[in-house]
Design a protein around this ligand. Sequence first.
Ligand code: UDP
Length: 489
Amino acid sequence: RAPPPRPHVVLVASPGAGHLIPMAELARRLVAHHGLAVTLVTFPDVSGAPSAAHSAVLSSLGAAGVSTATLPAVTLDDLPADARLETVLLELIGRSVPHLRSLLRDAAPTLAALVPDFFCSALLPLAAELGVPGYLFFPVNLTTHSVMRTAVELNDDDATAAASGEVVRGLPDVLRLPSGVSLRREDYGDGFRNSEEPVYKHLVEEGRRYRAADGFLVNTFHEIEPAGNVDESIKQVVEEQGTFPPAFPVGPLVRPSSGEDDVSSSACLEWLDRQPAGSVVYVSFGSAGTLSVEQTAELAAGLENSGHRFLWVVRMPSLDGAKTNFAAMDDKDDPLAWLPEGFLERTHSRGLAVAAWAPQVRVLSHPATAAFVSHCGWNSALESVAAGSPMIAWPLYAEQRTNAAVLSENVGVALRLRPRADGLVGREEIAAVVRELMDGEEEMGRAVRRRAGGLREAARRACAPGGSSWRMLEEVAGKWKAAAARRRC
Ligand code: UDP
C-alpha cells in the first residue's frame, strides 16, 4: 500500500525579498528534516523587488520538493496614487483572501497548518475557518517582537482604548525590555516612533490580530538574543510571551551558499577569488535601501580613505531623500554612473562596485570577505553572523535601527556609525570605523571580531540536528502532524 500523503503546510510570504528568502528556507527545512509537504504561496509582484532574484528563489524550491503557487492578481487601481507601500500591501493581502481560501480548500484533506508571515495576519481567520493551526512567521528578532507586544499591551491597559479598539498610547521615550535591552525612541522601528502617525495605529491593529495565532516562528536563535529574551530554558521562551501566543526561535534561516542563484554571481565571486583571505569589506544595503547622492559620495571617499579592499553593491541613489526604493531597476539605470568622478579608476586595484544585486550569502561565506557594512536588515544580519563576519551597522529604515542597537550594544557583533549633525555619515567616520573593525587592536574592533567568530559556531549548532532551533521546529512540526492526524480521524 502507498504510504499516506505527508501532512501539508501552506506558507504565505508577503512581497519583498526579506520575507520570501527566509520563508523559502523554512519551507526547504520543513520538507527535508521534518517530514512535511509544503506549498509556499506568494503574491503577484507589486513592490517591484528584483524579479530575477525572486524567481531564482522560487525555482530553486522545486528541487527541494517544495511546491510553489502565486495568487492571482487583484485590482488595486482604486487606491490613491500616493498610497504608502504598507497600505498597498495590506490591501493586496486583504483582497487576496478569497483566492487563498480556494487554494486552501483544495489542499484541505491533508492540510496541517497555515503559516502566513507577520504582514499577513489578516489571513489567520482562514486557519480557524478550516480548523487547522495558524502560526505567524516573524522574520525579525525577539526585540522587535517585544516592542510590538508592548505597543499592543499599552493600549490594552488603557480601558477606553481596549473597549473601543482605538489606539491612544505611544511607546515611552526609553523602553526597558525584560531582556535587558533598552531602546531609545530613535532606535524604534519607523512605524513605532510616533503614535500620532496612522502607521502606528496599523501596527497596533496588526499586533492585536496576532493573538489569533497559535504561535510564532521567529527567525532567530538563542545566542543572538540578548540574555533574558531567550533564557537557558527553551520552555521559558515559549511560555513567557505575555499576552502574545508562544514564540519559537527557529533560525537562523539562512540559505546554503551552494544553493544560491546565479544572478550576477560570477563577476563578484571571480573577483573575490583573486583577493587575499580576510581582506575585503562587503558593503550592501539590502534589497531596497538607498542613499542620497551626497551620502554615496561620502561612502565612496570613506572606503577609498580606509585603504581596505571592498566589494560594494551600489543601488540607484535617491534624489528625494527617501531611504528606500522598492522599484525594480530599469534596464536603463546605471547606479555606477552616480559614483564620484574617478572613484572607480582610482580604486580599481582593490575595489569592485556592482550594480544592484550580489549573491550575498556566497559573498559573505567567501574566505576573502572579512566584514560587512550593512543596513542591518535582519536577514543580512543573520547571514553575516552565520558566516562569522563582524558588521558595521548603518541602519536606514523599517526596524533596522532596533537591529543595529541590539547588534552593537547587546550582542557585540557590530560597530555603529555615528551620523554628523547634518544627518550624513561622514567619510572620516566611515574610514575610521572600517579600519577599527578590520585591524583595530583596540578593545572594540578585536572584541567584535572575536564575538562574530563565536556566534557563527552557535548559529551552526542551533540549526544542526538536535540544536535548539532544530528542536523547536521539530516540536512545532509535531503539533501540526498531530492536528492533521486528529482531523483525519
Ligand atoms: N540580498 C542579496 N543580494 C543583494 C541584496 C540583498 O542576496 O545584493 C538578499 C540578502 O541576502 C537577504 C535579503 O536579500 O537575504 C535582504 O533581506 P534583509 O532582511 O537583509 O533586508 P531587506 O532587503 O528586507 O531590507
